[in-house]
Design a binder for this molecule. Sequence first.
Ligand code: KG4
Ligand code: ZN
Length: 352
Amino acid sequence: MNTTGNYDETLILAVETSCDETSVAVVKGGKHILSNVVSSQIDVHEAFGGVVPEIASRKHVESITLIIEQAIRESGHGLKDMSAIAVTQGPGLVGALLVGIVAAKSLSLALDIPLIGTHHIAGHIYANELEHELRYPCLALVVSGGHTELVLLEEEGSFRLIGRTRDDAVGEAYDKVARSLKLPYPGGPHIDKLAAEAKAAIELPRAWLEEGSYDFSFSGLKSAVLAVINQTRMKGLELDEAALARGFQESVIEVLVTKSLRAASAYGVKQLLLCGGVAANRGLRAALAARCEAEGLPLLIPSGKLCTDNAAMIGAAAHLKLKRGMYSDLDLKADPGLSLEAWSPEIEDRTY
Ligand code: KG4
Ligand code: ZN
């Protein structure tokens, strides 16, 4: 890496509007959170059982300027002190991303400071850097409502996707299963709670895919859950919802933990990082912690508020580009399918 100068004092104003959280943060030196304001729209979307993209965009428009003002105020600095503006460029909902991007471009132009388009998943991974010291090579298991990925970081800023879901993201599967059990949105925490209360587990399949693959698949498991619900109803029996939640959670966790540990060993990593909204899952945290401890592999998990979508993580990832002088042009476009390797500031080979 080619960097000159000291970047420990830089102040990044970061904006995140990729889904249903409007968030703005001020991050110092890529590691210290001076403010991190998160305004969630969950109550608005709850009535629809999922995020409604048009409503998400409209809500971001309503709140973005207020959240920027609050984040600046809480940071103890003024807009004129900012070194750069970071914004989530993708992946995410295009209309929602656009709101943050327009706000960030306006500030970049008005303040005459660099704009840094940032990858949402790089943000989830570097959320760890806000609380822990990363050691390379490390492996990140990213589990959220939109993503299920295994990312290898051979060095700082080098993101290599070694596994991903071929259908549903794990959080999405949690939310769909919760919906079929008539639990509120987002369903993940409800399934987690039900599973913890269960006295037994209904055995469900595990999707291992081809031998050696680090990819995931959760749609078959989701269908298996629906089949259990339908068959129980058809037979006029009472469904043990907790046992079903437990069976679903056990299947998800076994596959996530086994593949992560297998990849960690194959690539000889020094740390395993867990990130994304599903990292809040108690069963997953406990199972990973136990396996990592047994294998002597340090496990890093950000605290709850840094696992879910927030702008501080975007500031942490953007710092990788700031210190390399890699800035975006003012014609930056929202990219719902932005590739992590393509965004990566340091990568040897982009052909993965
Ligand atoms: O990272 P995140 O806040 O947003 C996305 O970028 O998607 O993740 C939200 C997802 C939702 O699907 C939610 O149900 C899931 O994380 N989630 C959980 C738990 N808490 C949140 N899933 C399982 N167990 C939990 N405790
Ligand atoms: Zn996210």
